[in-house]
Structure formats: C-alpha cells, structure tokens
Design a protein around this ligand. Sequence first.
Ligand code: IVH
Length: 678
Amino acid sequence: MTEQEEIRRRMESLRQEIRFHDYRYYALDAPVISDSDYDALLRELTDLEKAYPGLVTPDSPTQRVGFPPLDRFEPFVHEVPMLSLENAMNEEEVFDFHRRVQRLLAGENEIVYVAEPKMDGLAVEVLYENGLLMGAGTRGDGMVGEDVTPNVKMIRSVPWTLRAPPEGPAVPSRLAVRGEVFMDRKDFEALNENRRNAGEPLFANPRNAAAGSLRQLDSAITASRPLKTYFYGVGSMEGWEFTSQWEMLEQLRHWGLPVNPRSRRCPTIKEALEYFRSLAMERDRLPYDTDGVVIKVDRIDWQRQLGEKSRSPRWAIACKFPPHEAQTRVKDIIVQVGRTGVLTPVAVLDPVSVGGVTVQRATLHNEDEIRRKDIRLGDWVKVRRAGDVIPEVIEIVREKRTGAETVFSMPDRCPACEGGVIRLPGESVHRCLNVSCPAQIKAAIRHFASRGAMNIDGLGKETVSLLVERGLLKSAADLYRLRKENLLGLPGFAEKSAENLVASISGSMQPSLPEFLFALGIYHVGSHVAELLAAHFGSLDAVRRATAEELQQISGIGEKVAFSVTSYFSHPANRRLVEELLRAGIRVRESHPARQWGVDATWAGKTVVFTGTLSSMTRQEAAAHVSAMGAKVTDNVSRKTDMVIAGKDPGSKLEKANRLGVVVLNEEEFLDRLKGIL
Ligand code: IVH
C-alpha cells in the first residue's frame, strides 16, 4: 500500500469511528468512549486533513463548522403539511380525547398510545434521500417554512447519513423526518452568561435561544451553539412502511436519528395519564424545557382512519403542564454578597405560586440587567422558574405601572461590611473589595461545607452566619479547630448537637481530590472542572504546581479556567488557606491520573488487528469498542501485535498470526472479552 493510500484509509476509518461514536452518544445516549478520547480522534482527523487537504471529503465530521453565509432563506416546501396539536388543559379533556378516538374507531376498546415529552423548541423537517441528508426546513406556516439546510447540518446530533446495518434492508429512498430542535437549560444558561459578559442581548429562554441559533444566515454561528434534536415523526416517506408510532421511533433510532429516550408505549389511556403525571413531577429535573406530553394513537392504520381536522390530527393531543411563569409585584430590591465579593441585586416579591412552588425572591443578576429590563421598586413583573435554577424576573408588566414606582441603584458601600464597592472596567458586576468582608467569608465557608464539596452535614447557612459573627470562624480552616466547648451555650446548641457538628466536621477530613478542589471555591472550578483536574493531575500537589499551559492541555479546560486556577494558587492568602487546611489534618485522597473511563486491562495499551468479517458488528464498530478501551488498532500483523481477532473468512493475517504465535480470538471469544462494555 502506498503511503498516500494508507493515510486515505486511516482518514476514512477515523471518519467512520467518529460517526459511530456520534451515533452512540447522540442517538443511543450510551457513549463507549471518553470525551477526551473522542476529541483525540477528531484532532487526529483534523490534523490529517490539514496536512492533506486533497483528502478532505464533504461528509467529514470536521466539516460541521459552517458554510458560506446566505443573503436570505429560501422557501422550504413540506410535501405533507406540518400540523399543530390540539391542547388538553386537564385530565378530563384527555379522557374526552380518548372517548372521541374510541367513537371514531367504532367502539374499539384496546387502544394503545405512545406518550412523548412535548419538547419546547422549534419544529424542523429534515429530508434524507437514499440515506443522505439533502435538506431541512423550519415549520413556517405548516406548508412552507424556511430552508435552513446548512444550519441543521451544523447540529451535531443530526446525522448526515442514515445508518444501515450491512445485512439489513436499505434505508428508505426518501424520508422527511420531523423533530424538535432545542437547547438544554444548562447550555442556555452558559450561552447567556457569555453574552452577558460580552455585553450582548440575552435570550429570554432556551426556546428563543434555539430558534435564534437555528435561524442564522451564517451557519458558522449555528455551529457554535449547543443545539440538540429529538425526532418524533415522519412526513413523506418512500420505500418503507411503519405499522406503529412505537416501531417508527425505534426505527428512527436505528437509523441514527436521536429519539427522546423518555418516550413510552402506554397500553391504556390511564397509563398515558400516569406517564403525564410522573413527567410533570420530574419536569424541573429534566435537562431541557418541556411544556407537556404528546399522546399519540400507536397504530398507524388507525391514525390514517382518524385523519385530521384543518390544522391538527385527530389521533394526537398535547397535554399541557401548568405554566412556569406568573405575575407578581416587586416589594423591595436587596443586595446579596457572594463568596467572591460580587454584589447581586435580588427582587423581594409578593409570594406567588409558579408551577406549584411558592416564589418570594428572584435574582436580578446585575445593574445592567435591571436597567435593560427597566425594573423599578413597586413594579408588577413576570417571574419564571426553570428547573432548580433560581427564579428570575423576565420582564415588567408595563400596563400595570402607576407612576409611583421608584428607580433602584446599586449601593456604593457593601451592605455587609460597609466597605467600598467598585465596578471593574469590562465587568458587569459590582464587587466588595474587602477580603475580610463577613458576607464573603460566610458564603465561602458555606460553599466549602456544601454537598459535592466537603459534605459537612449540619453546617447550614444560619450556623455558619452565627459562627462567623461570634468570631469563631474567620476561614474554612477554623472549622477544624472548633471544639464542643466553643459551641455549647451558642443559640441552638446543646450537648448533643454540638457533638454532632464537631463529629461531622471531623468526618469530612478525607475528601477526594475533586471534592477538595471544588470546595476551595476557585473561580470557574465547578465540580465538573474539578473532576477533570483531578483525573489529569492525580494529586493536589500536581494541580498546585500546574502551569497555565499544562492546564490547557486538558480537553474541556480553556484559557479562562487555566488562568483562574494558576492565579488562585499563586495568591499568598489562598496558599496559606490550603496549607492551614492540610496542617489541620485534612488528607486529600489522590485520584488515579490517566485512568479514564473504560480503560481495561484486557485492552489497555494492546495492539489489535482485525481480519475477516464479524457477524455482530462492522469492523469499524469493533475497532471503536476496543480503542475506547485503550487498545490500538493496526492493519498489519507483526511481532508487536498482541491480539488478532478473526471473523469469518479471515485472510493471510490469520496465517501470519499463527506463524508468529500471536494470540488469536474468534468472534465469540472477542465478544466475551467485550462483556460489560456492550
Ligand atoms: S407531534 C401531527 N410530538 O409541538 C403531529 N410534536 O403543537 C404534530 N412538539 O409543531 C407534532 N414535541 O414543534 C409532536 N413529541 C412531540 C413534540 C411535538 C414538541 C411540538 C412541535 C409541533 C408542536 C405542535
């Protein structure tokens, strides 16, 4: 094989491997490789493409960076109109729907339903011809939408080619598949945070962020936004038939199209309603916004028989959740001081129920946000609660202004310590600069003790405040000097409770490395980043000594985090705190560096060669599995080969392996050693 040919093959195998991992990650939600190994594959391919631009293929996964910008969107015609759904606002209306379905199906009793979360994003249709992504459009008025093909191609979870198993039937010659484009709440918060820092206008909610990100004339912008998709239906289709909605969802997933794993097949309408209730309970903990559940008649022949009204099908209904927004009045605006000295204005509200939870406070973020939304004391506002995120004021209700509202401005003294407050150039927040400000000390100790950090039970907000105010705590290290005698006699403390607190403090003295790093409260080091640091460096000392360059070697850690970590450990007060904690007896449990997810003794560091065909998976998939376990897959058998895996009709590689005495596994033995992975 010429060198050029070898490189071409390597690039093709990388593309296939990356596509396989995209499928595991996006369609099955079951990755078999760590993020950093995935990044390494992508990096190898990008490097090769840079070195050999002639070998870049248009379907390469690296091409998801943007196409030339458009002047305007072309129309996108939906061959089968995209309908909307009728709403049911309560359970009675769902029973009405069920009775209507029964009546129209001439008294049919056993109607199976499929219940799916109603994603709060925007609907798109994606057209595949012979398995290749050929076009995509927004819903528009249901008949004609906007052609957003380049943008949809930028969404990582939307495959450019449908997967077809080697021995199965081919993919449909034409498939217009429908789904919802959305943004996870966490990604939305991060996007808004970046926009806030950059002084750009914020998105009101994840749905607007998803819509704004998809409807971009420059697809490079879409590529930079964390959009996701779940598919839930088909429009026109040729060369395939489905008999049920459930079968359709499963088949879409086999083709590599992500389908919401929370969808359920419900043998009765009662079970569909139970599903609705349980999703309503879980709603706040879901990673994305939902506004209800869609209940669909499972059998496609019945769907056809039921047909549709002018704008909505008779075989489906949307059961809406109670809204997560409510109106109330701003009684006061107070200012809280966080552990880094940031002053956050908070609206004190007339208590109001938002989606079943009483809300009395909402963050106003910072002064610019208050100005932008023009929030004044006494205003009526719309508040919103999203997940476990702190409630937030969306906008004021201008019609309810009386003229008696008063404008708020940030204080020039810290409300906790009376110290000076400044707003640093380029920052949107005001800060208290006094490092011994009690509010900062309290917040830092609370964070230190919290769950996921040092996990000190029984050290709540009130106790920390009390201990700081009584001068017993000046830093987290003082916790480990507390004796029972110090606590006795303080309000709320008796013999037993004092003992308990001292015991739970000493119980926290052997944190894991990520817990300890997180507890320190370093800027931008949340528990995820702390995990990354621990996995890479293994010990506290190694993290303390790391340079910004070394930190940035870690995938997932950029300049900002690296700078924050190095500046934390170079600051004398912080070094003193860490020393004091260690002197007080804290023993940080070390992590095992480089022991990443899935590295396994059978495979780690081994050189593996495949020959012949496997019946259970393609060679690329098999290669992806073993490389995910730390093995290296090569093409040729040599003395350095550790294992040869021989499928059906193996070639000369098997002979050579036998000649050289290399271990040979047949498919069954191979699968056996993959157990626990598949
Ligand atoms: S089915 C004819 N399923 O809700 C069937 N829609 O109000 C129509 N949506 O435009 C759509 N999740 O944007 C369906 N699992 C789901 C959905 C869903 C979200 C949206 C979709 C549609 C709107 C209809």
